[in-house]
Every structure is written in C-alpha cells, then in structure tokens.
Design a binder for this molecule. Structure first.
Ligand code: UDP
Length: 328
C-alpha cells in the first residue's frame, strides 16, 4: 500500500505517518516545512518506507509525480490559526483552497482507494445545538474556518462529480504530543505548556467555564486510518472525544496558577461533537481520556521549550486584529 500524507511533518500529519508505517504502508510525505518540523519524524529517519518531499501544495507541477501509483491520500497540509488568517487571507486561500484543489487534481488521474480530508469543526461557528451533528448550520467566523470549509466543499464536489472516493473528517480541538510551537498565538495546549515550563500563570480566557471537545491526536490518526480503509465514500464525519471539558478543569490537570484575559469575539462557549455517525458507520470511538492525554503530554513537556511564552500583554498585542475585525 502506498500513501501520500500532505502536511506529514505537522502535528496531526506526523501521527498519521506513524500509524501508516506501523501498518506497513510505503509513505510519501509532502510538506513545505512552513509550520511542520522534520523533528516530528526524526524517530522514523531510518525507516526505508518513508520519503519526505519538501514541496508546497500550491505548486501543482512540483507535486504531481509524487502521486504515481498511490492508494491512499491523507490531505492534512494547511495553514492554521485565527489571527494570521484575518491578517493574511490570501495565504490561507492559496494554501487551504487552491492547495486542496491541486491535491484533488493530482488524485483524480490515479486509481486511488480513498482520499481523507482534515476538515475543521470551526465550520459550525457558534453552534445552536450541543452535541453538534454533521448537518448543523455551516457558519464560518473567520478566514481560517472559511478556507477549511471551502476545501471541504471542493473535496466533496470532486467526489460527486468525478467519482473520487473521499471522506472528510471534522476535527474537534485536537491535542497531543507535537502540537505546534510556531510563533503565532494559537491552540491552547501550546500556550499553556510553554507557560507552565516558564513558571508563568495560565492565561485563561473569560471565566474559564467554556468547554472544548479535546480529542487526543492518536485517536485522530486512528480515525483517519479507519476512514481510509472503510468502503464508505462521499461522507462527512465529526471526530470528537465524546465529552467536553472546561478550561478551568484543564488548568487543574496541568497544574499551575491562573490569570484571566478578556473573552474573544466569535468564540463558542462550547464545542462538543455528536459522534453517533462515525461510531455507527465506521465503528470508530476515541480511546484516550483527557486525563490520560494530559499525562502523556506532561511526560513530553520538553518539546515545548522552544515555544513562545505568552503573557496577557503580548496576547493583547497579538489578538488586536481579532477584536478589531470580529468584535464589530
Ligand atoms: N484559551 C484560553 N487561554 C488561551 C488560549 C485559549 O483560555 O491563552 C481557551 C479558549 O477560550 C478556548 C479554548 O482555550 O475556550 C481552546 O482554544 P483554542 O484556541 O485552542 O481552540 P478554539 O477556541 O478554536 O476551539
């Protein structure tokens, strides 16, 4: 079996690569290393079944040949984070929409078994119903959410029109080892872990009573693998943990002092996936509890030593455009 993993040097992508290599696949990674890190696959460097191509999915000509004889495609490459997506929408459009278009066009001319797309639960915006089902209203709140949604629509459209066997997985608050440490202010785990290492207080947004459906990354990798292997095509599934947990509880598990920062516009008070569809159709269910996942992270906390340390002051500066554009 031959698999292509776009974004395979990234946080979630590298865990999918691990899973595929474990299952005996030949794996070709496409990553431009803009936010992905070779260090994330360092432990696989002697594995002869792994090849890493440092290419950008925005350049179709440069990636076409990598798809020769491919069986499975895992399309993970994308730009993440809210604020930079507001500041540089064109970068997000070209990476997340045009990049997806290029991958679909590369896939179309090969007899593939499945393409699985990493879609985002941010497509639901501020949901009206919890747990949220796949047929809930689509309401992206910022360019990152919009571009991931447009990519998802393109994937499903290639399924509909060209018969490409596709599945899109809407991921809910993925956390785990190798979560991004890049310069931008982003997902809460990276922020809190670097603060813990520096002995600084956790910057809790609002009351900290808001909850998130934190889903452990190896469970996500299993969901991708299960979706690839199944006979199901042209479907969308939520991928969540089955629960939703407050930020205050997360702080308790991580252990440390707290400081409060203002609530941000456009943020839901809760994310919580209804996972009935994936459980019943694909037989997938998350295995790692939040308590166990946090423990695994704390055992590997040194990874975040290079991550930027966020304080209420530099967060205020970094999120100015968030309040400016979404706070109207
Ligand atoms: N959060 C927080 N402090 C931070 C960053 C995030 O309390 O410095 C909270 C945020 O309010 C949200 C949760 O952590 O409830 C997850 O935030 P993240 O940006 O990781 O994901 P998203 O809000 O997009 O679900």
């Amino acid at each position: 079996m031959i698999s292509v993993v776009t974004g395979g040097c990234g946080f979630i992508g590298s865990h999918i690569v691990d899973k595929l290599l474990e299952e005996g696949h030949e794996v070709r990674v496409i990553d431009n290393l803009s936010t992905g890190r070779l260090a994330n696959l360092e432990h696989q460097k002697d594995n002869r079944n792994l090849t890493i191509f440092q290419e950008d999915i925005r350049n179709k000509k440069n990636i076409e040949s990598i798809f020769e004889n491919v069986d499975y495609i895992f399309h993970m490459a994308a730009l993440a984070d809210i604020v930079p997506s507001i500041q540089k929408p064109e970068d997000y459009y070209t990476s997340n929409v045009l990049g997806t278009f290029n991958v679909l066009e590369c896939a179309r001319f090969h007899n593939i078994k499945k393409l699985v797309y990493a879609a985002s639960s941010s497509c639901y915006g501020i949901p009206r119903v919890y747990p949220t089902k796949e047929d809930a209203e689509i309401k992206p709140q910022y360019p990152y959410a919009l571009t991931k949604r447009l990519g998802e629509e393109a994937v499903l459209h290639w399924g509909q029109v060209y018969g490409l066997p596709v599945i899109t997985l809407r991921l809910f608050n993925v956390y785990g080892t190798r979560s991004r440490t890049s310069g931008t202010y982003g997902a809460v785990f990276g922020v809190f872990l670097a603060q813990k290492l520096a002995g600084k207080p956790f910057t809790v947004v609002g009351t900290g009573e808001q909850t998130r459906d934190f889903t452990y990354v190896t469970d996500i990798a299993d969901a991708f693998y299960t979706a690839a292997k199944s006979d199901i095509v042209n479907e969308t599934f939520n991928v969540g943990s089955g629960g939703t947990y407050s930020i205050n509880y997360l702080c308790e598990l991580l252990g440390g002092d707290i400081i409060h920062i203002p609530k941000r516009p456009g943020e839901p008070d809760c994310t919580f996936a209804d996972i009935t569809k994936i459980e019943q159709t694909l037989g997938w269910k998350a295995k790692v509890t939040l308590e166990e996942g946090v423990k695994r992270i704390l055992d590997n906390i040194d990874y975040w030593r290079e991550a930027p340390i966020w304080t209420p002051e530099n967060i205020g500066e970094a999120t100015k455009d968030w309040f400016k554009y979404l706070g109207k």
